[in-house]
Design a protein around this ligand. Sequence first.
Ligand code: G1P
Length: 300
Amino acid sequence: MTQPNSRISKAVVPAAGLGTRFLPATKATPKEMLPVVDKPAIQYVVEEAVAAGLSDVLMITGRNKRPLEDHFDRNYELEEALARKGDARRLGQVQEPSDLATMHYVRQGDPRGLGHAVLCAAPHVGDQPFAVLLGDDLIDPRDPLLSRMIGIREREGGSVVALMEVDPSQIHRYGCAAVASTGEPDVVRVTGLVEKPDPSEAPSNLAVIGRYVLDPAVFAVLRETRPGLGDEIQLTDALAELAGDERTGGPVHGVVFRGRRYDTGDRGAYLRAIVRLACEREDLGPEFRDWLRHYVNEEM
Ligand code: G1P
């Protein structure tokens, strides 16, 4: 295990998935580029990493993911056109993503699961703890989660996962944690983890949501992790190993998140995320809320 106080500066964002749940929109566009109101989902994730002090972002990509790289790069043609028009506001919007963080990209090649995607980050991350952010979960910036997880890693060492209480009937959609109390509010010790269990076999109703702070010891474990559920190398299985054995890079703690989270992982959740975020926008919200109220009352 590395020293608990090694500074965390790197974020890993797996983005190699095929996005089949959003076809045909994702035939030629990565699902990470789908807009949530007017910003691609992936930009929220990078902004969250940056807000937690992580200025080095490695994206794990694959074929057809070029638009991700373009989004976080300069676009001189567009910038020049907006500058000529004197449209400073839009020019700022175009430049913002490229100024956020130092971006790096590596291709996953074979899509062999989330654990395999994280393993692709090993050469870049090296022997330092790092964060993993999954793009299907957006965390409201007013309810900071990652900085709290980083604080726990710095104090306790090991790895930290984000957990959320879900209705037991929904636990089969997530990794699920068996936990023990630590005495600290909303911080638990993870004693076991199982990927997408049947509700009748789930050890709790605590679901893993897509934020992790990981000890680099996870790489050695992932190299040995056999394909699990769905014949994929599961990050959950590697973390279960770490949770069970202090010597291999544990402990694993969990932070129980009670803030605002927007799921963009399937079509229904994605639509709800857009409506909620649009309602809260200062520029669009007032008019949109009026329209929505009218629509719900009069037309539904
Ligand atoms: C992944 C993880 C799962 C976790 C989920 C959170 O699953 O494997 O443990 O609960 O992300 O969003 P996926 O949703 O990629 O199938």
